[in-house]
Design a protein around this ligand. Sequence first.
Ligand SMILES: NC(=O)c1ccc[n+]([C@@H]2O[C@H](COP(=O)([O-])OP(=O)(O)OC[C@H]3O[C@@H](n4cnc5c(N)ncnc54)[C@H](OP(=O)(O)O)[C@@H]3O)[C@@H](O)[C@H]2O)c1
Length: 272
Amino acid sequence: MPLDLPALGFGTYKLRGTEGSEAVAGAVELGYRLIDSAYNYENEGTVGAGIRAAVERGHASREEIIYTSKLPGRYHERSAALATVEESYYRSGIGPIDLYLIHWPNPKQGHYVEAWKALIEARERGLVKHIGVCNFLPEHLDILEKETGELPEVNQIELHPAFPQVGALEWNTSRGIITEGWSPLGRGAALDSAPVRNAARSHDATPGQVVLAWHRAVGSLAIPKASSRKRQQENLDSLKLDLTADEIESITSLGNPDGRLKGQDPATYEEF
Ligand SMILES: NC(=O)c1ccc[n+]([C@@H]2O[C@H](COP(=O)([O-])OP(=O)(O)OC[C@H]3O[C@@H](n4cnc5c(N)ncnc54)[C@H](OP(=O)(O)O)[C@@H]3O)[C@@H](O)[C@H]2O)c1
C-alpha cells in the first residue's frame, strides 16, 4: 500500500518519560496521526507508551497512526542495522513500525547503501511497513536508486524559513519522494521576522501557525514538536490557515545558504 501521510506530523525529540508519553497521547487525542521518533532520541519506549495509551483511551486506532523511527549512523552495516530495527520494534512495543528512516547518510563512512538494503530486508521480514531516509542529498538518492532500484518514500530534511531548501524540495517531488521538514519552526528561531509577523497580524494567527501554513504551501510536511497541549492545538490549527502567494514568497525569501540551524551539511556532517 502506498504511504498516505497527513498534512502535519508531530516531533518528539526531547520528549521522554511519563511526561513525554502523556504529551504524545495528548497529541494523538488532539488529532495528530504522524508521530516522529528515532533510536537516537532514546524515547522510542516513551513514544510507544504514549501511542498505546491513546489507543487504549479510544482516541485513535493503532492502524490510523503512522509511527516513525530512525536508524543511527553507527549501525549502517547489515546485521547491526537489522538488529537495531528489531530493537526499535521491541522498544516501541506497538508492532511493525510504520515508517523507518536512515537518520543521516554519513557519506564519509560510505555504508548507507548497505543500510538501505537492510531496511528493504526489514520490510520484507515485516518489521517495518514503509522505508525512507533523512538528510539525503540528491547525489545520495541517485546512488540508492542505482544500487537497489528503489528510492525512499520519504526524505526528512532540515527545512524552515531561514533554510527553505527550494531545490531539494523540487528534486524530491520530481522523484515522487515526500519531503518532511524537520525543525520546521527553526526551534523557535523562525517565528520572529517581519514577513511572519505581518502575515500573523493580517490573518489573526500566531507566528507558529504562519510558519506551518508556509510549510504546507511549499510542499513540506512539517513535524513540529510541542510539549504543551496549547501549542499542539495551536500548531494543528495552522491547517485552517492559507497564506497568500505574496506572503509565501516573502517568507521563502528569508532563506539563505548559511541558514542551517547548526551548520549540519549532510555532505560532510556525520551523526552516529
Ligand atoms: N531527521 C533529523 O535529522 C531530525 C533533526 C532534528 C529534528 N527532527 C525531528 O523534527 C522534530 C521537530 O524539530 P525540532 O524539535 O528540532 O524543532 P521545532 O519543531 O522547529 O521547534 C520545537 C520548539 O518550538 C517550540 N514550539 C512548538 N510550537 C510552537 C509554537 N506554536 N509557538 C512557539 N514555539 C513553539 C517548542 O516548545 P515546547 O516543546 O516547549 O512547546 C520547541 O521548543 C523533532 O522533534 C524530531 O522529531 C529530525
